[in-house]
Write a protein that binds this ligand. Structure first.
Ligand SMILES: *Cc1c(COP(=O)(O)O)cnc(C)c1O
Length: 404
């Protein structure tokens, strides 16, 4: 059974996942119990980070990250326009100013030459939120060299748990590790690598940042001062800062923890599927994802690029293959336009958007399902060769550049 339609991504839930959740439902704590700290500890080990703070979702992790790194109203923070809106929205939540750094045409990652120019142009900028687009880690060592010690790196690693890049010392720098980044964030949304329904994680280099995030996670309330409790009574607590309810439940934490146990297995499957796509689609006049020896791609998405993207999207949809587009550049959304951003301002992100298509990739995808997707894409080639020229329908990326 093929199990149609085939989504671009979906969660994989095993009997172990279900029993992990059931165990919590039968326990004392539904929220902020032992599963939270167990998840935080395991995640710190997995990402090789110093401190982890589990939160309600990836967006909450971005918000707490930016506040805990000390961003204040009116300050400037740089991020990529080719991302989910949350990467930029968190800057606005803090009352700060979004500066977009256009992307590299091929990888979809922040262009580091443009980043250098922006830093020269905005020396007062506080930090950078780079995005590990599609699962490819940005080189935070290079970003650190460009921005210096006094600005922060908050890595949006939602696409890349388990991914890494190799730094100049030949060390593997895991996504979310705090070797060069001050903090990183992850999402446990259902389509992400670790699927807990909703959920998120902030990894922090310094204890100070982590403590601040922990306080803000629960309304800015602290209950740790023994002297105050002694003076006032056992019930006593104080609200020290204007925080939020960004807590993760133990139900979600147990599910995330159970998934984390087979994270490597799931990445392995993603990589196999990606390799099969690369092998099968290599002779088509479409652009496949860039691969690099120095990057351990986590393959959150498999993004192909072609000129007639909409035709392929519609055709595959008719075949019950539900692709997705990542992303409509953030600055093109009406809200960002109302802030003064203009179409044409970030041409690389815009042309990436015009030509990208995320085809299905998820750990529970069967070989049969993938063959179905591959065959439908290959069939199109013969179909259009007969009708009109397929090559006039789908132009390779190299040629696309020449056409413009
Ligand atoms: C999913 C995602 C987010 C937001 O995560 P939520 O858990 O949905 O809030 C932020 N940035 C990127 C790049 C994402 O893919």
């Amino acid at each position: 059974m093929l199990n149609l339609p085939i989504p671009y991504s979906t969660q994989e839930i095993t009997p172990d996942d279900i029993s992990a959740v059931t165990k919590i439902l039968k326990s004392t704590f539904l929220t902020q119990g032992p599963a939270i700290s167990a998840l935080e500890e395991s995640f710190a080990t997995y990402t090789e980070s110093n401190h982890c703070v589990a939160v309600a979702n990836g967006t909450a992790a971005l918000h707490l990250g930016i506040l805990s790194l000390g961003v204040a109203a009116g300050e400037k923070v740089i991020t990529s326009p080719l991302t989910f809106a949350a990467s930029a929205n968190c800057i606005l939540y803090a009352g700060a100013r979004v500066i977009f750094c256009d992307i590299d045409k091929k990888t979809g990652l922040m262009d580091l030459e443009i980043l250098q120019e922006l830093i020269d142009l905005h020396p007062d900028c506080k930090g950078v939120i780079p995005v590990n687009y599609a699962g490819m880690s940005v080189n935070t060592e290079k970003i650190r060299k460009i921005i210096g010690k006094n600005r922060f790196i908050l890595e949006d690693a939602c696409h890349s748990p388990g991914g890494y890049f190799i730094d100049s010392k030949s060390d593997k720098v895991k996504s979310g590790s705090n070797k060069y980044a001050d903090a990183a964030i992850f999402s446990f949304h259902a389509v992400k690598h670790i699927a807990a329904g909703e959920g998120g994680m902030l990894t922090c280099k310094s204890e100070k940042t982590a403590k601040q995030a922990l306080t803000l996670r629960t309304h800015g309330i602290t209950k740790t001062n023994e002297d105050l409790i002694e003076n006032h009574g056992g019930w006593y607590y104080e609200m020290q800062a204007l925080g939020f309810n960004y807590r993760l439940t133990d139900i979600q934490a147990a599910l995330a923890l159970s998934q984390l146990k087979r994270a490597d297995q799931m990445i392995y499957r993603r990589k196999l599927l990606a390799e099969r796509y690369h092998e099968s689609l290599v002779n088509l006049p479409i652009q496949l994802p860039v691969i690099s020896e120095n990057i351990g791609h986590a393959y959150h998405l498999f993004v192909i690029r072609l000129v007639r993207r909409k035709e392929l999207y519609d055709y595959l949809k008719k075949q019950q293959i539900l692709c997705q587009i990542h992303y409509i550049p953030v600055h093109l959304h009406p809200y960002y336009q109302s802030l003064g951003f203009k179409k044409g301002q970030f041409p690389n992100a815009e042309s990436f958007y015009e030509t990208c298509l995320s085809i299905p990739l998820y750990p529970s995808m069967t070989d049969g399902q993938q063959d179905y997707v591959i065959n439908k894409i290959l069939f199109l080639r013969f179909y259009f060769r007969k009708k009109l020229s397929f090559y006039s329908l789908i132009i390779p990326f190299g040629d696309l550049m020449d056409y413009q």
